[in-house]
Design a protein around this ligand. Structure first.
Ligand code: NAD
Ligand code: ZN
Ligand code: ZN
Length: 340
């Protein structure tokens, strides 16, 4: 099988031919059909964060494909079944977080494409208990972006406890943001979408955003305040200043949900405004298996649209450059041709 491998941080990925991996107990081998390019994979390949992966590694945590081999003890998945392999590759199942519905906070978790090899490959391993069955009728190319971009933004809106009649600001309409706009609309909110390119603002409008804010030309906080301020702001732009801008547009009692992970990111939060206005700053990391099941269910019911363009895995390096230049409409999905 072929795989795109990070051999050293900051260097181009290398396409390698590798032997098919053998599933251990509790694992399955997946013939990958589609694999999304999340901005997190770029952070991983660049070694951007305090906790780093160990090169060589295969990135990718939006891999979707068909189960082709079962490891010992796997009884609930069948060969030929379509599954998605998310960032939460496995969690311990026993700690206080796992037991209280917060498996995403498990300290024993292994992250796909970071702590173990991921989906930029013809074949990959997955822990069966965390491989998410993809419902019939959902294409692998739609399922891939839902596996991280979808579940992460769906969860961020749950964390913000968004209600109808609220104003929600979505800062950054990229892979994550284009789905965030839709989940906020499904929750009944009025949506203000913020970005820095005409194409992204047009995409947000097409997906139902009510208010468009061009952060190149407008003061984000002031515009949001003109509408009374945001009840919730979901920070998805890979830019520290964008966090501060949208935080300044919260209404009293509003919530800033931090999701994007810029390298060395630090945000200045004014103490006086935060105290007097009773605002909250909350971090949100991906979503649980149940959240992902709900994301797939909504898509199978025709309630979301996934905007993606497909490319061969061989185009991985130029694809990363295109994301960094902001030239991708929403999500790039690699076509792995089911393990060719
Ligand atoms: P992306 O590159 O597809 O999207 C980022 C968007 O932000 C682009 O549309 C870009 O034009 C826009 N943008 C850039 N500067 C801006 C500014 N100043 N104001 C407003 N918009 C601006 O990236 P993505 O794949 O959507 O990922 C976004 C971030 O979320 C990354 O840092 C990624 O690592 C992180 N992430 C976090 C989680 C989590 O669980 N917390 C999960 C997945 C991704
Ligand atoms: Zn991701
Ligand atoms: Zn745990």
């Amino acid at each position: 099988m072929k795989a795109a491998v990070v051999r050293a941080f900051g260097e181009p990925l290398v396409i390698e031919e590798r032997p098919d991996p053998e599933p251990g107990p509790g694992q399955v081998r997946v013939r990958v059909e589609a694999s999304g390019l999340c901005h997190t994979d770029i952070h991983a390949a660049h070694g951007d964060w305090p906790v780093k992966p160990n090169p060589p590694f295969v990135p990718g945590h939006e891999g979707v494909g068909l189960v082709e081999a079962l490891g010992d003890g796997v009884t609930h998945l069948a060969v030929g079944q379509r599954v998605a392999v998310p960032w939460l590759g496995r969690a311990c199942g026993r700690c206080e977080h796992c037991l209280s519905g917060w498996e995403t906070l498990c300290e024993q978790q292994v992250n796909t494409g970071y702590g173990c090899d991921g989906g930029y490959a013809g074949k990959m391993l997955a822990w069966a208990d965390f491989a998410q069955p993809v419902p019939d009728g959902v294409s692998p190319f739609d399922a891939a972006p839902l596996t991280c971009a979808g579940v992460t933004t769906y969860k961020a809106l749950k964390v913000a406890d968004v209600r109808p009649a609220q104003l929600v600001a979505i800062s950054g309409v990229g892979g994550l943001g284009h789905l965030a706009v839709q989940y906020a609309k499904i929750a009944g909110a009025t949506v203000a979408a913020i970005d820095v390119t005409d194409e992204k603002l047009q995409l947000a409008a097409d997906l139902g955003a009510d208010i468009l804010i061009d952060a190149r030309k407008e003061n984000v906080g002031e515009v949001l305040k003109r509408y009374g301020g945001a009840h919730a702001a979901i920070a998805l732009a890979v830019n520290d200043a964008a966090f501060e801008a949208v935080n300044s547009g919260l209404r009293r009692g509003g919530k800033l949900v931090m999701v994007a992970l810029p390298a060395h990111g630090t945000v200045r939060v004014p103490i006086f405004d935060t105290v007097l206005n009773g605002t909250s700053v909350i971090g949100s990391i991906v979503g649980t298996r149940q959240d992902l099941a709900e994301v797939f269910q909504l898509h199978a019911a025709g309630r979301t649209r996934v905007i993606h363009e497909t490319r061969p895995l061989e185009a991985v390096n130029e694809s990363i450059e295109a994301v960094l230049r902001g030239e991708v409409k929403a999500r790039i999905v690699f076509d792995l041709g089911a393990g060719r």
